[in-house]
Design a binder for this molecule. Structure first.
Ligand code: HMG
Ligand code: MG
Length: 297
């Protein structure tokens, strides 16, 4: 592996849009995803097959996956919480899915209406069926550095869950700082602990920028050998079941950091900036990427 190569997993169409209160049309979402793909992104989380009662914005997931799945050389993945979601994703032609659980019992309950143990049973069912369709399964662990309901999270809990998901068959484990409370030393400590159980090349980081620490945390993660980073164009997003959580770190800001550090992401920064401004205008919201704002001036 080229240690200077970094993979960006763009989660804007899913994590970014899931919290938007006004319903966005399928055409706008598909145009957005197409623009993202034109920036060089190869990994785009396009939708989630969750209950539309829980997250109305994602009710059109099948139309989104159908609309994008014919495009070559880009993986459009979908988040699935249970077998029902997986079956709907497969029917729509999905090529990769992501599952999610949490390091915090209370967050898991609020987000998926079940305990961590039950979420793992659901994940086992998902992986078994996904395997029969040769669909790779990515795994998320949420609240790895703090929970809005429970506070601090023991790193040992994150280590245990991450290694369990990896052993169950997730090809990559994305560690989510869902409410953005982490700071670099804690990130280093956590990654050091998790990487003793899961090889670092199978780990990703997923920072929300609520406290403005995301780029510093990514810098720490890069130093720990992490080469897969989740981000969201224009810093879109927030989790509907994490009070006070803001958007993911902005893809444009991550790419600017990577360029400055001599890492290769293969992404076209001016095109990312244009895409971020476009979607921010469509949503009538401020662009949360500092790089995008600076580059427009
Ligand atoms: P529940 O209410 O316990 O589910 O929700 P249920 O099994 O009792 O079913 C209730 C109804 O939902 C039924 O419909 C089911 O058919 C339907 P009814 O008969 O009442 O008409 N249903 C579904 N419909 C569509 N797709 C499905 C599905 N499953 C059941 N997959 C459930 C349990 C897990 C479904 C619910 O809690 C849920 O959808 N939760 C997802 C919440 C969510 O999307 N959160 C945000 C994503 S996670 C995140 O953002 C964190 C991450 O970014 C990392 C980080 O930052 O930390 C990944
Ligand atoms: Mg998230």
């Amino acid at each position: 592996m080229n240690s200077k190569k970094v993979k960006i997993v763009e989660v804007g169409p899913r994590d970014g849009l899931q919290n938007e209160p006004a319903l966005i049309s399928v055409n706008t979402k598909l145009a957005f995803i197409e623009m993202l793909a034109s920036t060089g992104l190869k990994q785009i989380e396009a939708a989630s097959f969750v209950s539309p009662r829980w997250v109305p914005q994602m009710a059109d997931a099948a139309q989104i996956i159908r609309g994008v799945s014919s495009t070559a050389d880009v993986v459009y993945s979908a988040l699935v919480p249970n077998l029902k979601g997986l079956e709907m994703a497969i029917a729509a032609g999905v090529k990769e899915v992501a599952i999610f659980t949490a390091a915090s019992e209370q967050f898991c309950q609020k987000n998926t209406n079940c305990s961590i143990a039950v979420s793992l049973q659901r994940i086992a069912e998902i992986i078994a069926v996904a395997n029969t369709h040769n669909i790779p399964v990515r795994g998320y662990v949420s609240t790895v550095l703090g929970c809005p309901y429970q506070g601090d999270i023991a790193p040992s809990q994150v280590v245990a869950l991450s290694s369990q998901l990896f052993e169950m068959g997730c090809f990559e484990i994305s560690l989510g700082d869902t409410i953005g409370v982490g700071t670099p030393d804690r990130v280093k400590y956590l990654l050091d602990a998790v990487a003793r159980e899961v090889p670092v090349e199978h780990l990703a980081v997923h920072f929300h920028d609520t406290y403005g620490q995301a780029l510093a945390n990514i810098y720490a993660a890069l130093q720990q050998g992490i080469r897969t980073i989740d981000s969201s164009i224009a810093g879109l997003g927030g989790c509907p079941y994490a009070t006070g959580a803001s958007g993911n770190v902005a893809t444009e800001d991550v790419v600017y950091l990577l360029q400055g550090l001599g890492f290769e992401s293969g992404l076209d920064l001016p095109k990312l900036v244009a895409t971020g401004h476009w979607i921010s205008e469509q949503l009538n919201r401020a662009n949360h990427s500092k790089v995008a704002v600076a580059m427009r001036q």
